[in-house]
Design a protein around this ligand. Structure first.
Ligand SMILES: [Ca+2]
Ligand SMILES: [Ca+2]
Ligand SMILES: [Ca+2]
Length: 401
C-alpha cells in the first residue's frame, strides 16, 4: 500500500504541467521590442530581432543609411506589421530653410513641409512634428519643436524656429539635428527619421534651402540602449547625444548674453547681464525661475557677489541689469568673472542651471571676451556665452544663495 502510494507520488509537478497544459502549438510571444524596431536584442529564436543585429552593431553615426538598407534582409514572415518593413520603405522628404544671422547671433530654421512620410499609425497616417537639437549639447536645453499636424503624411508646418546666442564657434563646431516624429496620444511618440546639417555649411546671412530625404541613425548597441527602447525614443536620443558628446565635454544648459565694459573714467568694470536663452528647465512645469549671480574671483574681501532679480517661469529671461566692480585695469587682468544662473525654488534650495567663467584661465569665447574687454577700455562688448552644467575647478566651490 505504502509503496504503491509512493509510486503515484513520483509524478512531479513539472511533469504534471507538461502533460496537461499547452493544448495547441506553441506560438512565439510578441516582445515589447517588436514595437520598437531595431532597438535592443531580442530573445533566442526571435527571428526578426536577430535579422536586425548587424545594423545595430554598426558604428554609431558612421554607417551611411545605404549601409543600413543593405544590412537587413527582406521580410520573410507573413505576420509582419506594415510599419515593421521600415528600412526598405522611404521615410519621406523634408523641406526647410536655414539662415545664420551673424549680427544678431541667431539661427533661423524655417520648417516648411514634409512629403511622403512613412505611415506610423494603424490608420496608415501619422501625426508628425519636427524637433530640433544642436549637437553636441544637452537635449532639453536646446530643443525646439513645431506644432503637430494630425493625420497626414504630407504635413505643412511653415514655422520659424529660432536659436538665440549662436556664435561663430557654434557655426564651426555644431550640427543641427532635425528629427521628424509621430505624436501618439496613448504611447510614446515615435521617431520617423532625421537629417543632420553641419552648421559650417551655412554662410553668414545667406538663406540656404534644403529638400532632402530623411534618414535613420543607428542606435547604440549597449545594454542601456535596451532599456531605453522600453522608455521610448526620447531616452534613446539622449543617450546618442551623450555618446557623441564624449566624456570630456560638459552638458550645455543654455546661453547667456553678457556685456563687459571697462570704464577708464570710473575705474572699474561694468558687467551687464542682458538676457539668457534656451535655459534648461529645472521645475516640473517645464520652466525655471531664473536669476543670475556674479562673483569676481579670487574674492578676498567677500564683496564681489551680485544678484539679479528672479524672472518667473521662463527659459528665455531678459534681465538688463548692470553691476559695477571698482578696480584698476591691471588688477582686473588677474581676476575671473564667474557668472552662474540659478532656478529660484520656494521651500527648498535653489537649483543650479549653469555657469560660465570669463578670465585669463578660460577658454574659447569666454577667454576672448575677457581679453578684448581689457584691451579695449570704454567699449561695451556684448557677447553670447554657453552655460555648462559645471564650472571649471578654479571657479568652483559655489556658496549657496
Ligand atoms: Ca500617431
Ligand atoms: Ca526647481
Ligand atoms: Ca523654480
Amino acid at each position: 500500500m505504502r509503496g504503491r502510494r509512493g509510486d503515484r507520488m513520483t509524478i512531479n509537478i513539472q511533469e504534471h504541467m507538461a502533460i496537461n497544459v499547452c493544448p495547441g502549438p506553441i506560438r512565439p510571444i510578441r516582445q515589447i521590442s517588436d514595437y520598437f524596431p531595431r532597438r535592443g536584442p531580442g530573445p533566442e529564436g526571435g527571428g526578426r530581432d536577430f535579422r536586425e543585429a548587424p545594423a545595430r552593431l554598426a558604428p554609431l553615426a558612421l554607417a551611411p543609411p545605404a549601409a543600413l538598407l543593405g544590412a537587413t534582409t527582406p521580410e520573410e514572415g507573413a505576420e509582419v506589421d506594415s510599419y515593421d518593413s521600415d528600412d526598405t520603405t522611404a521615410l519621406g522628404m523634408l523641406e526647410f530653410d536655414l539662415l545664420y544671422d551673424q549680427a544678431s547671433c541667431t539661427l533661423h530654421c524655417s520648417i516648411l513641409r514634409a512629403k511622403g512620410l512613412k505611415p506610423m499609425d494603424f490608420n496608415g497616417l501619422a501625426d508628425p512634428y519636427v524637433k530640433l537639437h544642436l549637437l553636441p549639447g544637452a537635449c532639453k536645453a536646446n530643443k525646439l519643436k513645431t506644432k503637430t499636424q494630425r493625420n497626414t503624411l504630407n504635413p505643412v508646418w511653415n514655422e520659424d524656429l529660432t536659436y538665440s546666442g549662436i556664435t561663430d564657434d557654434d557655426i564651426t563646431h555644431k550640427v543641427l539635428r532635425i528629427s521628424v516624429c509621430d505624436e501618439d496620444k496613448l504611447s510614446h511618440n515615435e521617431f520617423i527619421g532625421e537629417i543632420r546639417v553641419p552648421l559650417r555649411r551655412l554662410k553668414p546671412s545667406q538663406k540656404k534651402h534644403f529638400n532632402i530625404c530623411l534618414e535613420r541613425q543607428v542606435p547604440l548597441a549597449s545594454p542601456s540602449s535596451m532599456s531605453a527602447a522600453l522608455r521610448g525614443i526620447s531616452c534613446y536620443l539622449k543617450e546618442l547625444e551623450q555618446a557623441e558628446q564624449g566624456p570630456g565635454l560638459l552638458e550645455e544648459r543654455g546661453r547667456i548674453l553678457l556685456s563687459l565694459s571697462y570704464s577708464s573714467r570710473r575705474r572699474g568694470l561694468l558687467v551687464g547681464i542682458v538676457r539668457c536663452a534656451h535655459l534648461a528647465a529645472m521645475d516640473v512645469n517645464g520652466y525655471s525661475d531664473p536669476y543670475v549671480k556674479t562673483y569676481l574671483r579670487p574674492d578676498v574681501d567677500k564683496k564681489s557677489k551680485h544678484k539679479t532679480c528672479v524672472k518667473k517661469k521662463t527659459l528665455n529671461p531678459e534681465f538688463n541689469e548692470d553691476f559695477f566692480y571698482e578696480m584698476e585695469l591691471s588688477a582686473l587682468a588677474t581676476k575671473t568673472l564667474e557668472v552662474t544662473v540659478w532656478d529660484y525654488d520656494i521651500g527648498k534650495s535653489n537649483d543650479f542651471i549653469g555657469g560660465v567663467s570669463l578670465g585669463p584661465g578660460a577658454r574659447g569665447e569666454a577667454r576672448k571676451h575677457w581679453r578684448d574687454c581689457l584691451q579695449q577700455p570704454d567699449a561695451a562688448l556684448e557677447r553670447w556665452h554657453t552655460l555648462t552644467s559645471e564650472l571649471p575647478p578654479a571657479a568652483g566651490a559655489l556658496p549657496s544663495a
